[in-house]
Write a protein that binds this ligand. Sequence first.
Ligand code: 6CS
Ligand code: FE
Length: 300
Amino acid sequence: MTTAMTANVTDLYPSRGATEVSTPRQDPVVWGAPGTPGPIPAGDLQSFERDGFLAVDQLIGADEVDVYHRELERLIADPAIRADERSIIEPKSKEIRSVFEVHKLSEVFAALVRDERVVGRARQILGSDVYVHQSRINVKPGFGASGFYWHSDFETWHAEDGLPNMRTVSVSIALTENHDTNGGLMIMPGSHRTFLGCAGATPKDNYKQSLQMQDAGTPSDEALTKMASEYGIKLFTGKAGSATWFDCNCMHGSGDNITPFPRSNVFIVFNSVDNAAVEPFAAPIRRPEFIGARDFTPVK
Ligand code: 6CS
Ligand code: FE
């Protein structure tokens, strides 16, 4: 067991050392006590515990989707947003790939974060008040937008952002239809119960490259083959307004989008206020606050 002491916090999940190393999950998946009131029915919480994810067919209505989709279009058409360091540009097409901290850039997305259908589910899963660790819109335009290689978000959020425990949940809300052809989210069901510590130290300023194409923190082919054979791979499709909630440690990724149909979503990461970021567990410096928040104010 690595006992790297970072601000007096034991490193439960070693990663980015010389070799790849698996550690069984040492945290609950659903932190809320059984029967905790909230929007998620008990049966769905149980499947979230088992699979590491929960699909919601219509988290927001079609009319609301138009509001959020128009807001996304407004943001990506704004030259000031494009020039902002919070915008990540597609390496090939030079189109906007993602815009981070949308809950601060846009009152429309700030309202979505506070919506009980959204934050209420996060509180129920995490069993506490929550704050936004990260938010982004992923545009994934058509005609070649590149995907996101296999990874565990928690591996990065632990190693680079200093989240001590697996008490973090993400929601991806589709703003355009997620077909089975335009680069949808893929998750290995059940993979959240094993932490895969990746080999290879984190380069300084890693985020400048990792948000376009992740390298540090990506699993080996052997590990991925073993996990995919054991867990399988589920592709998430759904209409605009559908959502996928997934545990921070799910092994997931998405393919390129070579169709003409954009696969745009808004992605919000809720962290428990009892799991606030400390110093990175396996990186030389913190990532910028627009990627890993340091404002732990609970969402009210
Ligand atoms: O590094 C991160 O925080 C981001 N990277 C990916 C590929 N997924 C999670 C997160 O948005
Ligand atoms: Fe991810």
